[in-house]
Write a protein that binds this ligand. Sequence first.
Ligand SMILES: Nc1ncnc2c1ncn2[C@@H]1O[C@H](COP(=O)(O)OP(=O)(O)OP(=O)(O)O)[C@@H](O)[C@H]1O
Ligand SMILES: Nc1ncnc2c1ncn2[C@@H]1O[C@H](COP(=O)(O)OP(=O)(O)OP(=O)(O)O)[C@@H](O)[C@H]1O
Lengths: 217, 217
Amino acid sequence: SGEFAVIGLGQFGRAVALSLVREGAAVLAIDQLEERAQLVESEVDAVACADATDERALNELGLERMSCVVVAMGARARETSILTTSLLRQRGIPRIISRAANELHARVLLAVGAHEVINPELQMGQRLARNLAHPTILEQIALDENTNLVEVATPEQFIGKSMNEIDMKRRYGVSVIAIRRGGQVLPQVAGDERLARGDRLLIVGQPASVRRVASLA
Amino acid sequence: SGEFAVIGLGQFGRAVALSLVREGAAVLAIDQLEERAQLVESEVDAVACADATDERALNELGLERMSCVVVAMGARARETSILTTSLLRQRGIPRIISRAANELHARVLLAVGAHEVINPELQMGQRLARNLAHPTILEQIALDENTNLVEVATPEQFIGKSMNEIDMKRRYGVSVIAIRRGGQVLPQVAGDERLARGDRLLIVGQPASVRRVASLA
Ligand SMILES: Nc1ncnc2c1ncn2[C@@H]1O[C@H](COP(=O)(O)OP(=O)(O)OP(=O)(O)O)[C@@H](O)[C@H]1O
Ligand SMILES: Nc1ncnc2c1ncn2[C@@H]1O[C@H](COP(=O)(O)OP(=O)(O)OP(=O)(O)O)[C@@H](O)[C@H]1O
């Protein structure tokens, strides 16, 4: 899957670098401050102490063999991340992911060559809010713009009933693709399977239909 | 689902407050700075300009009717978030979610009464790393400690073959619970269904089994 470089070893950058290593990837960690580089030195494959806006320093880092570079500086270094992103794009790095501090910063980063932007505070805030607003939705992924896969608690009124009796597809427009019971996931749900208290249902359907089932719980 | 209060309207706090409103929840947004409160005033149900470490100010906010309070201050205000969390716990707020700047801060927040802690930079860093390290895994949720649900690209060698011929369960130990094809998700996969180029498979199984299938793609 190639080599990764992470530039900027604040909390976000360190989390990216160390988690990549944990997933078996090769990682070069870069920061202009020695003490930041030292925080990850023992875990990553290589560290470098360099100013990422200095073209000569970038030349020494061997970035040509990188499949992906993460520009991880935060709000305090917005111009730096813009300049670094631009220099990396000029060097033909195949995939550049840059951290954006806000909407405008994100637009500029994309304009100077970031392939993707990420805003940790914004995205985690949105994620937390969705979990808080829909507490019976335990997990959720958007399969496409009109289909969600969600895990919900079993609505009270379905406890003890069989899948055929409940007839989710016809009554609510969702498919139950798996039941999580105790520590197990049971992927093929038989028609005569009866739901028990504590069962979690994995359901697929349009967002509104899925939320309606979740609100029954 | 109750009322929410968000204290600290930096980027994370504002994202939580505004996303909660978008999800239909009632939100009270609090910040000691007038201009921060004004950024969300038109969207939320109520704003308050107050110092959250001031007990008298907290008394005026009507926090008793809140089902959940998010303490959203960041690294620059660690003592503030600790004190605020402690005061909220003393007032019997049923659910307090506090933002932690690091591991030690998280432990202290839990010790003084936070029910849950969240660290946006750390968690998004880990999430990004997992997506980068496993690019053929397009989406992933952990159903329990030993079961993952992931969406993967169809391995080249399976294109044109039927589900019965591929026999995922026996050969790889994973269940295919749905196919995403074009803009559609097809949840009940028949045995004679043939996989086409561009199909994405939703598979359930142990992490290692699921990764093995993903690596074939
Ligand atoms: N020109 C540069 N070259 C290399 N590293 C840099 C450069 N400018 C800043 N950095 C490094 O980027 C790192 C992260 O930046 P900064 O501290 O601004 O982000 P942060 O907002 O604190 O990060 P986080 O929110 O992830 O903790 C710092 O360790 C800093 O030394
Ligand atoms: N005692 C307090 N009472 C109420 N609000 C407070 C208090 N102390 C700080 N705040 C507010 O918390 C908000 C966020 O804090 P801060 O700016 O330290 O976080 P941040 O790291 O910039 O946030 P983010 O990373 O989410 O952008 C600020 O708007 C600040 O005014």
